[in-house]
Design a protein around this ligand. Structure first.
Ligand SMILES: Cc1ncc(C[n+]2csc(CCOP(=O)(O)OP(=O)(O)O)c2C)c(N)n1
Ligand code: SF4
Ligand SMILES: [Mg+2]
Length: 323
């Protein structure tokens, strides 16, 4: 645990990046769908973290579609965790390095310990282990890559699936015309609100790769637990063409459907404040999962986004409110 201070030299001792490093530690050899947002996320995170990294992969697309017999895309150590316990395995690996260094049994550098969990493996079925790791303040980075569904088992609804999205468990029909009826959990805010030891929490998007990589580096430089919530569109689950992933990721930020902030020194900092927010309907129209929504449903979503932005101090332009 981070409270048991030991001498350790962390690798990254972070410098911020102006462009992506050339070296890759998440390479070819996986079988994710073309245009997979979570795979793009993995590549960016691995670039930013570098070679002295251990990834923990709870079950999900980023485990199952990445691994086949004798073939994996990681050029660094990687270990599978049960979908429920990414935080537990990460805690154990971090604590083991702490103990071995303290006892003089390990002379190397303290590695970057990164849990790469899906939204299911973090906001829902893996929440307890995530919360435990944050509460005990283990020296690790927990990343929730958010494709807004339990994608690997067939695009089932998760707590971060947006209101109104069609999933295989929320099919729109005469009784429930909007599809998903519940509003999404805000996982990053839950980590901030309930885990006072955690020094760094941020949201990021694969649509803004340099911002994402710098947040990874900042988080790895923290002594203790850090958390990143990364938006990662899923072409298969959301119903859009494979070459539109980055465009859709940016549109999420430009419409306020995804917000970008850091929580550091117990204060929020908004990183990307869209100069002129676009109406959320522009984002919804790009994806089949929303193509059943009525104007009334869209107005409800716009109102939800406006309120969410207002709590971050972002003023929503009149054109977006009335669209
Ligand atoms: C205890 C348990 N319940 C259910 C499953 C089945 N399962 C495997 S992957 C998966 C989806 C994971 O969703 P998420 O964490 O969001 O990752 P994604 O597949 O979207 O990348 C589920 C439900 C399991 N492996 N273990
Ligand atoms: S279903 Fe989505 S998250 Fe899974 S491999 Fe395909 S694009 Fe990636
Ligand atoms: Mg998911």
């Amino acid at each position: 645990m981070a409270t048991q201070k030991v001498e350790k030299s962390k690798l990254v001792r972070i410098r911020s990046l102006a462009k992506a490093p050339m070296d890759d530690y998440y390479v070819a050899g996986h079988r994710t769908c073309a245009g997979c947002g979570p795979a793009i996320n993995y590549r960016l995170v691995a670039k930013a973290a570098g070679k002295d990294t251990i990834f923990i992969g709870p079950t999900g697309c980023m485990y199952v579609a990445n691994t086949s017999y004798l073939c994996v895309p990681w050029a660094v150590p990687w270990i599978h965790a049960q979908i429920t316990n990414g935080g537990g395995i990460g805690s154990g690996i971090s604590a083991a390095y702490e103990a071995r260094i303290r006892k003089g049994k390990y002379k190397g550098t303290f590695p970057n310990v990164i849990v790469m969990a899906g939204d299911g493996g973090s906001s829902d079925i893996g929440l307890q282990a995530l919360s435990g790791a944050m509460y005990r303040n283990h020296d690790l980075l927990f990343i929730a890559y958010d494709n807004e569904a339990y994608a690997n088992t067939g695009i089932q609804v998760s707590p971060t699936t947006p209101y109104g999205a069609r999933t295989t468990f929320t099919p729109p029909g005469p009784v429930v015309p909007e599809g998903k009826k519940l509003w999404p959990k805000d996982l990053a805010k839950m980590i901030v609100g309930g885990h006072p030891s955690v020094a760094y929490v941020a949201t990021a998007s694969i649509g803004y790769p340099i911002d994402l990589m710098n947040k990874v580096r900042k988080a790895l430089n923290i002594e203790g637990a850090a958390f990143l919530h990364i938006h990662a569109p899923c072409p298969k689950g959301w119903g859009f063409p494979a070459d539109k992933t980055i465009e859709i990721a940016r549109l999420a930020v430009q419409t306020g459907m995804w917000t970008m902030w850091e929580f550091e020194n117990r204060e929020y900092k908004i990183n990307i404040e869209p100069k002129k927010l676009k109406p959320i309907s522009q984002y919804l129209e790009t994806q089949d999962r929303f193509n059943h929504l009525t104007a009334e449903h869209k107005a409800k979503i716009q109102n939800f986004v406006n309120l969410k932005l207002a709590t971050l101090g972002i003023k929503v332009p009149v054109e977006a409110v009335t669209a």
